[in-house]
Write a protein of this length. Structure first.
Lengths: 363, 321, 524
């Protein structure tokens, strides 16, 4: 029997963690001589106060939903996929190849093809560490970290040597052709007569991300595969007893995870930049860890956590624009959220448990 | 490629290997005690910033070094709190520390120096300068051997020699002292240590603090020895290369020296040549950059010699019968 | 010492005296007001069933747990033992059931660990080396000081544990279930060592649940039952029967109501089955047996003699060589069809020995556990999704038929008691209507009420004409349930007996490898 009720585990403790993260961040802002309350206000205004702000916030949210889901799916099998960064980068390569070399008649078909390519590239990139873990016992955390760096080097090579237009200086591919450009959230809402800022990067991929959440929910809790993934994650000896193949589950689960991370590329590469720029994942793969931890590896939690981190990313950008607080504050907040929800969970949980035990004894 | 060029590359490799070696030994102490440490990168970065900032403010590189070690120790303490005291996930704690250092260094750097996250350039006593070994000048004329001594071995900053000294020292501590025996034991089977009446927590904290000091040295060297200021994200993945070197070295001090030197050499070569022509194939510099990671994966996969990590690595110790 | 009043000779002070020790873990009282006196220079046995509180008591003595109440006296002196350090200082050495050794250290390093003489290892190791030679000569404790722990056998490893304690100048040696992992010959060697230690004036506490050992080596024996110390008697004044009654607290032999078996066709036929584990140790050595429809074959044996491997091979968890047929058709022992899923498809159901580690996912709800292993069942699917509703409905039926309490299929497996957990597993496996049921330790950690129920269900399945292979370390269970008994020792079958033509004594001898020739040689 757990000492605390479910709601406390999934709502109260994350909120306390978040509060602690914000509290310490506030102290940091104070320490550099700024006003934390004013900073928070700027962030809220900038990220949520206008459709322009929302357009960016939701763009970031979309990225984080994908990477958060990626980490969460692996978590369910007790695998720590720290390679979302590399998988998303490889997904970008898949998207770029699909968009650059195949003439698409319409964005809808291009989106389907790009999504499949992004997922396939991400899944492939995750499959190697997965295979090595399953078959050779190589620690997947270390191998996925290594694969992040290998992906960065590979992408660097391919972009600079093969995909960069002649004469261009920056490490990026050519602009994708017009028919692959995805409609922005502003365009889409515009057709329904809802006014929404058109100059923002949030795009139709948000819907794909939400669909991915539904997919993951059904996969994990309603399918046989999900049942096997969860069983394997809880107890490997039991999984073997039940006839669940550990090698197969590890590889399939990691490929789904990598595929989800790869799919982030349709948002940032196809939807926003409309070309593949080196280093465009910008840490979203790592933020996925925070999102999955905070969201308790559940799609609904992940959407909420992704929204929070989307808000932080956009709010941080606004902050650096209007105040002298740099946007790296957001990195600090992310770090603290990961620290409190992931590593220092016991520090918060133990006192909360004591409180509930005391309450129960009185009742 | 003439002899002198080779010497220059080796010389550069030695300098580039130094931060890797410090960090690798840091990881070695930590992981030998059963604490995974993927926060080497963050600790180095934190140390690099605070050493440069302090050296700039005080004009003393030694105070800078102390401050760097202090910063790294503070992050180590967080790691200890998370992974030893509260028995949290050591990997996640490491990830958090990397983020924390990455954010804080720029945040504070911008606020203090307003230079886009850098510290002002260091010069004079605020930087480690080269130390000429005795007779370097005199021996440089000796054919073959002379230049090796004067060009490669001599003329580095003191921290390079400290790093090299740390190798036999670490070996001695690990294999010839009581502390080392206990440290290795706690990473293999903490229950054996506990039932022998030794504090598991105490040992693991000591290991983590040693790792903190060594990462502090690594970071300080980056900003005040190898470089002449702090630049944002200046560790550039070195913490992870050190981690790779640690696996490559199978958690052993002497092997750590060889592995980090090899990786330093790869970096030196790719710095000097955009691509390496081997005659039958041309290796791009990106391949050279990725090589440490690729080699580590190959080692981890057990295709070339199996790397067996300390058995209790990554698991918080819970007392049980 | 001023404490030595009344002119008693100092030898009369007990080596260890515990007064009124109590310890609770949450609502569970593991030790209730326990008092015991252990005289110096004796071997004192503590006997009791699993979960009687023996190990908790010893853990208190070794500073692992703090007693809620009570006092500890060592050689007449009141002592507090807050940690292992204090226990060692008080002259207590402990040999745990699961050894506390560093696998990739040498024997010497393990002995020295924590008892070094100074900051540098050299002198400590040299001193320990000469002392080990001394101890080896004195007590038959021969071990190669430079051997790595992972390269020596368990019997040797145990000697290292004893050496560790002696090197720390322990006067009191506690051994927790020391023979669980030993062959009989190794056990005999251990007992000789213990006798030698006793002769040198050491005090030994032997914790075990095996009556034979108690009768063989102890001077005094204390019996524990459900956290209480029920009696302390001189070993020579008691009998195994009396001790057994004291242990169990009732004069019962669990005789199951069952009609004579009507064996039919051979269902399971095992020929020359061998298993080598990943360390290269041969765990099963050419076992041949068969089970017919409508009969229960019981496998008796001391834990670790290959019976677990037998179940694992048949259950599809472990690969093996040899040949096995079920209903005349061969089983795949190494290939693609050697997994548990394929076994289930062949009509083999498996109640594993360790239900918490294998049989159940403790965090899964009862209904999820019902589908566990049978998640491929078409009845549990609807399209590409699982039909959770159907699974829950099925579970509710099973819960009712198997009287699982509380009758709530939404509770996690970990929220049920051991007996009810076992009923969930049993319901899942038996109701698959298997041709062959593999059952390991069906009543381990199960309360009395549930034991009867579980036994009845197994017999019912037999009466439906199914074949059952039962593995249990409880001889009593084997005797009362089986229609035929095979005894396993050191990976080989020692022979078969009919339950009405044998008794515990004969089986016990066979389990110790005594019916074959050269058992000494085999064991070493």
């Amino acid at each position: 029997m757990s000492a605390i009720p479910r709601w406390a585990d999934i709502v109260l403790i994350p909120l306390i963690n978040l509060f602690l993260a914000f509290l310490i961040s506030g102290l940091v802002i104070l320490a550099i001589g700024e006003d934390p309350i004013a900073a928070l206000k700027v962030m809220i205004d900038g990220a949520l106060g206008s459709s322009y702000g929302w357009g960016y916030t939701l763009y970031y949210t979309t990225n984080f939903i994908f990477t958060g889901l990626a980490v969460a799916v692996a978590f369910h099998a007790s695998l720590f996929n720290i390679g979302g960064e590399g998988q998303a980068a490889m997904g970008g390569l898949g998207v770029a190849l699909i968009c650059l070399f195949i003439p698409w008649p319409h964005w809808t078909i291009a989106l389907v093809a790009a999504t499949l390519a992004a997922a396939a590239f991400g899944a492939f990139w995750a499959s190697i560490p997965a295979y090595l873990q399953a078959k050779r016992g190589s620690h997947i955390v270390i191998t996925t970290i290594m694969f992040n760096f290998i992906a960065a080097a590979l992408l660097n090579y391919v972009i600079v040597n093969n995909l960069r237009p002649k004469g261009a200086m920056d490490p990026a591919t050519a602009k994708f052709p017009e028919p692959t450009h995805l409609p922005s959230l502003g365009d889409m809402l515009g057709t329904f007569g809802i006014p929404f800022s058109k100059g923002t990067p949030a795009n139709v991929t948000l819907l794909v991300a939400l669909a991915a959440c539904v997919f993951v929910y059904f996969l994990i809790w309603r399918t046989k595969l999900g049942f096997q993934i969860r069983a394997f994650g809880k107890s490997q000896p039991a999984a073997v007893y039940a006839g669940i193949n550990p090698v197969k589950i590890t590889i399939i689960c990691m490929m789904i995870s990598g595929g989800l991370a790869g799919m982030m590329a349709i948002n940032n590469v196809m939807g926003e930049a409309e070309r593949l720029i080196l280093g465009s994942v910008e840490g979203a793969g790592f933020i996925g860890i925070a999102v999955a931890l905070m969201g308790r590896s559940h799609p609904i939690g992940i959407v909420l956590a992704a929204l929070l981190f989307g808000f932080l990313a956009q709010g941080g950008a606004e902050l650096s624009l209007w105040t002298s607080v740099p946007r790296e504050l957001v990195t600090v907040i992310q770090a603290l959220v990961i620290l409190f929800t992931g590593a220092l969970d016991g520090m918060v949980r133990a006192p909360v448990e004591r409180v509930f035990l005391a309450l129960r004894r009185e009742a | 490629m003439d002899y002198f060029t080779i010497l220059q590359i080796v010389d550069s490799a030695l300098r580039l290997a130094t931060p890797l070696l410090f960090a690798c030994l840091a990881g070695l102490f930590s992981e030998r005690a059963g604490i995974f440490d993927i926060g080497l990168e963050g600790k180095m970065l934190g140390a690099a910033f605070f050493s440069a900032a302090t050296a700039f403010a005080t004009g003393s590189v030694w105070l800078g070094l102390l401050a760097g070690i202090g910063a790294s120790l503070a992050l180590s303490a967080i790691h200890g709190l998370a992974s030893i005291t509260f028995r949290g996930n050591q990997l996640i704690s490491g990830v958090a520390i990397n983020f924390l250092a990455s954010g804080l260094t720029v945040l504070i750097g911008l606020s203090w120096f307003k230079l886009g996250g850098q510290t002002p350039a260091l010069s004079g006593a605020a930087r480690f300068s080269g130390v000429d070994l005795p007779f370097a000048e005199a021996l440089s004329g000796v054919p073959l051997i002379g230049p090796i001594y004067s060009e490669v071995l001599s003329g580095h900053t003191i921290l390079v020699y400290v790093a090299l000294l740390c190798v036999p020292l670490s070996w001695y501590v690990l294999y010839r002292t009581r502390f080392g025996l206990r440290l290795r034991a706690v990473g293999e089977n903490p229950a054996a240590v506990d039932t022998a009446g030794i504090s598991v927590i105490g040992l693991r904290y000591s290991a983590i603090l040693i790792a903190g000091v060594l990462c502090g040295l690594a970071g300080a060297y980056l900003a005040t020895g190898l470089g002449a200021s702090f630049v944002r994200e200046m560790t550039a993945g070195r913490g992870f290369i050190a981690l790779a070197a640690l696996i490559f070295a199978k958690w052993r001090p002497w092997y750590a020296l060889y592995a980090t030197f090899l990786f330093g050499l790869l970096e030196a070569v790719s710095n000097r040549y955009p691509s390496v022509d081997l005659g039958f194939v041309t290796l791009p510099s990106q391949f050279m950059q990725a090589l440490p990671y690729i080699l580590t994966v190959v080692i981890l996969a057990g295709f070339v010699g199996k790397a067996i990590p300390p058995r209790a690595g990554g698991q918080p110790y819970v007392k049980e019968r | 010492m001023t404490m030595e009043t009344g002119g008693q000779p100092s030898t009369a002070a007990p080596a260890i005296e515990l007064k009124g020790i109590s310890k609770s873990f949450g609502p569970v009282q593991a030790n209730k007001d326990i008092s015991i006196r252990v005289m110096p220079g004796t071997i004192h046995g503590i006997i009791g069933e699993n979960g009687a509180g023996k190990s908790t008591l010893m853990s208190i003595l070794y500073g692992f747990y703090k007693a809620d109440k009570g006092e500890i006296f060592i050689s007449g002196q009141k002592t507090t033992i807050p940690d292992s350090q204090a226990a060692i200082a008080a002259g207590i050495g402990m040999v745990f059931q699961h050894f506390k050794l560093v696998e990739n250290f040498t024997v010497l390093e393990n002995v020295v660990l924590g008892a070094e003489d100074g900051a540098f290892l050299g002198p400590s190791l040299a001193k320990a080396r000469s002392e080990l030679t001394e101890l080896a000569r004195e007590y038959e404790l021969n071990v190669d000081p430079d051997a790595l722990i992972e390269e020596i056998g368990v019997g040797m490893q145990q000697r290292v544990e004893i050496l560790k304690a002696l090197y720390r100048q322990a006067d009191i040696l506690i051994l927790d279930e020391p023979t669980g992992v030993l062959t009989p010959a190794e056990a005999d060697h251990l007992f000789r060592i213990l006798d030698g230690l006793k002769a040198q004036g050491k005090t030994i506490i032997l914790i075990t649940h095996k009556l034979r050992e108690i009768m063989e080596v102890t001077d005094t024996v204390s019996v524990m039952r459900r956290g209480e110390m029920t009696a302390t008697v001189k070993t020579k004044d008691t009998s195994p029967t009396e001790l057994a009654e004291l242990m169990v607290g009732r004069k019962v032999l669990l005789r199951v109501d069952k009609k004579p078996a009507k064996p039919g066709e051979t269902v399971l036929d095992v020929q020359n089955l061998s298993v080598t584990d990943d360390k290269g140790v041969e765990r099963l050595k050419g076992v041949s047996l068969n089970v017919r429809a409508g009969e229960i074959l019981g496998i008796a044996g001391v834990a670790g003699n290959g019976q677990s491997e037998l179940l694992e091979v048949l259950g599809g968890i472990q690969t093996a060589t040899g040949s096995v047929t079920v209903n005349g058709q061969p089983l795949d022992l190494t290939g693609k069809l050697s997994d548990a899923k394929s076994r289930r498809a062949r009509g083999i159901a498996h109640v594993p020995e360790d239900r918490q580690r294998e049989g159940l996912i403790m965090d899964f709800k009862a209904w999820e556990n019902t589908a566990f292993g049978y998640h491929d069942d078409p009845a549990y699917q609807s399209g590409i999704l699982m039909n959770n509703h159907a699974i829950r409905e099925d579970t509710e039926g099973k819960i009712e038929r198997f009287d699982v309490r509380p009758a709530d299929c939404h509770l996690a497996a970990k929220s049920f008691s051991g007996g009810n957990q076992q009923k969930i597993v049993l319901a899942r496996e038996i109701e698959r209507n298997p041709d062959l049921l593999l059952v390991g330790q069906p009543t381990r950690g199960v309360d009395i009420g549930a034991i009867e129920f579980i036994h009845q269900r197994i017999v019912e399945l037999r009466d439906q004409g199914k074949a059952i292979l039962l593995v249990s370390v409880e001889l009593e269970e084997i005797l009362s349930l089986s229609d035929r008994i095979a005894v396993i020792f050191d990976g080989k079958l020692m022979g078969e007996r009919m339950p009405n033509a044998t008794d515990e004594k004969e089986l016990g001898l066979m389990m110790a490898g005594m019916s074959g020739a050269n058992s000494e040689e085999v064991a070493l």
